[in-house]
Design a protein around this ligand. Structure first.
Ligand code: FES
Length: 56
């Protein structure tokens, strides 16, 4: 599943980054590229982050 279509970042890639310790939204954006172009996916990225942190 593509979360960020501008950068072609998938949910799986984001999950790997989060599990690898990128648990800050800004850091997650910076290292994955997601949300750094049009910004429309930022709420999705944040939701994923919140979900992963709650699930962990
Ligand atoms: Fe993620 Fe545009 S869809 S920055």
């Amino acid at each position: 599943t593509i979360v960020c279509s501008c950068k072609g970042v998938t949910a799986g890639v984001l999950r790997d980054h989060i599990r690898g310790g990128r648990t800050d939204l800004g850091e997650l954006k910076a290292c994955s590229g997601a949300g750094t172009q049009c910004g429309s996916c930022v709420s999705l990225v944040k939701n994923m982050l919140d979900r992963e942190l709650t699930a962990a």
